[in-house]
Design a protein around this ligand. Structure first.
Ligand SMILES: Nc1nc2c(c(=O)[nH]1)N[C@H]1C(S)=C(S)[C@@H](COP(=O)(O)O)O[C@H]1N2
Ligand SMILES: [Mo]
Length: 320
């Protein structure tokens, strides 16, 4: 099953031979070490459909989009556990903070609760794939990022939710000794938490990223596992997850708790609903040129076709 139809959300990739994609995958075996190799070995070619050699970036990703350079993706970050400035996470998340080994707990209204070594769990879920997704921060900047990981729906199937489960709650870590942003008295009540409705979480776009540019995800991007929901503002994409819990009520989420007039639970990318401090009509392209530095924001960040039906009965102005 080496040839797959492209799903309709896939950004067209540039001319890359499956041979070079396969070589990239071979290198991953080395980079990821034994645990990662076992993950890939279960279905070694699965990522090849979307694979490309990272040394060619920036590169055309279709729709007039360019994959953001690896340098920008891994050095322009929001990760408040490691400081408020965009260049803080790269500096401060790579000093003494260790993201391996890492335990991920599955809990709440499921038939298969438990604590798992994250690599063991990924091996059980089987098969890392690559997804090139638009990435849009509520601060009105955007990137295009080639993630590696697994569909969140796979993990949900493994967890086996009970009928009462309606939402999924994600919790990041607390480690003030190694996370300088968690030291002292700040405005954020750690840990960072996020949530999705169960049907949103089951959507095929919802993704757990464990890699980027064909390499293990760097600490500053949310190692070893982070959420990616590309039709929502970036703050929904919680990094460095320690617990995924199934609930029967809408979970609180960090930014809504901090400033409910500014940030909601849904946070669907919407050019028609401005943030009080940022117009959402257009977005700044990170790493873009002076000539083409901005572009119009797309409803649901360009994924309207895949997700609009989830919100058929929702007033998107009220539930921003
Ligand atoms: N734990 C945690 N997750 C987080 C954040 C954070 O501060 N802490 N910031 C969010 C925001 S606002 C954005 S835009 C994205 C940024 O992801 P990136 O650095 O990989 O681009 O991570 C999100 N996930
Ligand atoms: Mo963000």
């Amino acid at each position: 099953m080496h040839v797959r139809l492209r799903p309709d959300w896939a950004l067209p990739e540039s001319a890359v031979s499956s041979e070079s994609a396969y070589r990239l995958r071979r290198r991953d075996f080395l980079r990821l070490g034994l645990a990662g190799a076992a993950v890939l070995a279960t279905r070694p070619l699965q990522g090849a459909t979307y694979g490309f050699p990272s040394h060619l970036n920036p590169q055309y990703a279709g729709d007039g989009l360019t994959v953001t350079s690896e340098e920008w993706v891994t050095s322009y970050n929001n990760f408040y556990e490691f400081g408020y400035d965009k260049d803080d996470p790269k500096r401060f998340a790579n000093r003494t903070w260790k993201t391996e080994p890492w335990t991920l707990e599955l809990s709440g209204l499921i038939r298969n609760p438990g604590k798992h070594d994250v690599n063991d769990l990924l091996r059980k879920l089987g098969g890392i794939e690559q997804r090139i997704y638009r990435h849009r921060c509520v601060e009105a900047w955007s990137m295009v990022v080639p993630w590696d990981g697994v569909a969140l729906a796979k993990l949900i199937a493994f967890a086996d939710p009970k009928a009462e489960a309606t939402h999924v709650r994600f919790t990041s870590f607390v480690d003030p000794e190694h996370a300088i942003g968690q030291q002292g008295r700040g405005s954020i009540d750690w840990p960072y938490v996020e949530g999705l409705r169960l049907d949103e979480a089951m959507n095929e776009l919802s993704f757990l990223a464990t890699g980027v540019f064909g390499k293990p995800i760097p600490n500053q991007n949310g190692a070893p596992i982070r959420l990616v929901v590309p039709w929502k503002y970036g703050f929904k994409g919680i990094k460095s997850i320690t617990r995924i819990e199934f609930t029967d009520a809408e979970p609180r989420n960090t930014w809504k708790v901090l400033a409910p007039q500014e940030y909601g639970f849904y946070a669907n990318v919407n050019p028609a609903v401005d943030h009080p401090r940022w117009s959402q009509a257009s977005e700044r392209i990170i790493g873009g040129s002076l000539l083409k530095g901005r572009q119009p924001t797309l409803p649901f960040n360009g994924y309207e076709k895949q997700v609009a039906a989830l919100y058929r009965d929702l007033d998107l102005r009220r539930y921003y």
